[in-house]
Design a protein around this ligand. Sequence first.
Ligand code: AMP
Length: 307
Amino acid sequence: MGLLVVGSIALDTVETPFDKIENALGGSSVYISLAASYFTSPVHLVGIVGEDFDEKYIQMLEDHGIDLDGLQIVPGGKTFRWGGKYHYDLNIRDTIFTELNVFENFNPVIPEKSRKSKFVMLGNIQPNLQLHVLDQLEEPQFVVTDTMNLWIETALEDLLKVLKRTNVLIINDSEARLLTNESNLIKAAKAIMGMGPEYLIIKKGEHGALLFGEDNIFSAPAYPLEDIFDPTGAGDTFAGGFIGYLDHVRDLNFENMKRAVVYGSAMASFAVEKFSTKGIEDLTRLQIHDRFIEFRELSRFDDAGKF
Ligand code: AMP
């Protein structure tokens, strides 16, 4: 069985106020799969690339135990390319270009053996493709979905169908506001949970993440990093750590959901410390665990103080 991950695979050109890198490995499914691979195995990645996709990337993903039977390599095709530029405030990013290439005709075909997957991560792709993935699965139990403002604006009808079949939606604060026309995040969360998901995670960049359950809210801080080199993929890496941990424990109580949010945040903090996927290629379990503990210390206080 294992964890099924579907999303984009990209060669990213990223410019920050500090540096620039061209055609580096990226894409939602790559960040998600790499992050999840530290928690669970096998991770089945379904995506598409062109013939120009470097063999060394395939090797690196396989070295992380990621199953690539669902990877389509289009002969003569070019891999999806995305270019982004970050402002001095790294929370603000402009998309400079999007070259869809082989991604334009992506038809995610789930290999027979992965159709039984119970845990599924729908990375950020067109909602109709996310629906197509769900239609191929036998009996998914836990579906985590990511999306973006583009789909909220251009494919809302399909996105709402995806949400009806989603257990956890992960989006950022501006997307939550856009989806609901509601500026207050607590009200927005209630509205989104009325659309289908049992849980909602709202990411707030350097201000951490909020997890909403039916009657509970949990707030996780972001790791206070002094040097952020490349925020690209932070959200996807968060999602990978989150679902990877839950696929590992396979017990979806709220305490585990909280731990999963912290593991996701820890993985994201590693991702942004280096360019592209470099920050999550060579981690040890001990490093991840240590950072998890640091997160606990960040917001722990005792309640014995007198008032
Ligand atoms: P994040 O920083 O978490 O939003 O994810 C950034 C990644 O998403 C980059 O590696 C891009 O290649 C990828 N990406 C950008 N635009 C799209 C899109 N329209 N569809 C799918 N993936 C995209």
